[in-house]
Design a protein around this ligand. Sequence first.
Ligand SMILES: Cc1ncc(COP(=O)(O)O)c(C=O)c1O
Length: 371
Amino acid sequence: MPLVPPYIESLVPYEAGRTIESIRRQYGLSRVIKLASNENPLGTSPRAVEALRRSLEGLNFYPNGGLDLREVLAHKFRVKVENVIAGSGSDSIMSGIIRAFLCDDDEVLTTEAAFIGFQTLARSRGVRYRTVPYREWHYDLPALAREINARTKIIYLANPNNPTGTIFTRDEFEDFYRHVPERVLIILDEAYFEYAQDDPLYPDSMQYRYDNVITLRTFSKVYGLAGLRVGYGFAHEELIRNLLKVKLPFEPSSPAQSAAIAALSDDEFVRRTVEANEEALAELSAGLKEIGLPCAPSRANFVMTVLPSEEEARRIFEELLSQGIVVRPLKAFGLPHCLRISTGAGDENRVCVEALRRSYVASTRPSPIAG
Ligand SMILES: Cc1ncc(COP(=O)(O)O)c(C=O)c1O
């Protein structure tokens, strides 16, 4: 009997984005622009930082399992505390969902090249993992509905989606939902909810409250707290009750919980972040279009661009890196010919587009010698 089950042996450990400092040192650069991990380029909610400072008194005490945060979230979203869970990032809650609900013969269904965090968690459970192809970089919800079978237990949908940035609309989701049996759980991962919520076509899953839908959200993006690891979820109390059984008891940490509670009241920071993101998205998308690089229509805080080949994607990634511009190659997601570029602040988007232009246009311009 092998020490490691084959479905674990075949996994590749998640490769976290490199730190600015390590890139600066490797290439001897004075400036590094990190556009690789969909972080908030404006920093962190000032209210969260202040609360974090105050929370350092009392680190000798264990946290209360996220109860304070759950109460604040319940109040804000007008649900019962029994409908809310909080953990160390939405990744952690996803991990709980996989552990709480999947049996050995169950199947997971999602899109091709889904969010890498979910892919890895689902595959590490050793169940059958099935996907359907994108339709023009959007979830193909009708195709997903057709693929549901008696073994399907979890359907994972990220809206906006990572890595494409695209959304599915309210009508598309409602139509899809009609085809999903009640015994199938839908994870609606809304990590980028705040960036998309003003789009009238975008479905806010909190307005549905279907008994088999688990909404996941995070403090990592719009609140700028990725380093602290806090995420949350809403679902029917029966689902939450079971998730609480497998949750690591002391997540999130007390400083994380205090910062998250303060961040929730920082409407000004959220507004600034979303406005800056709109501008940055427009700048990045227009720049890519001008260069002739196709990109999927994004409602998140990043854009995905499609290169002619895997080699070209790798070459451009490395050229940008050597100039101190870090973007995300998507090979690990399953899209080796694509790159994902997070929105930056100030001149970061323009500098990135200029570097892309130099790298891409130079390579596609016919050589004068070859005629
Ligand atoms: C779609 C999606 N879900 C979840 C996460 C993870 O969020 P957290 O930092 O809360 O674990 C991310 C982070 O990039 C994401 O893109």
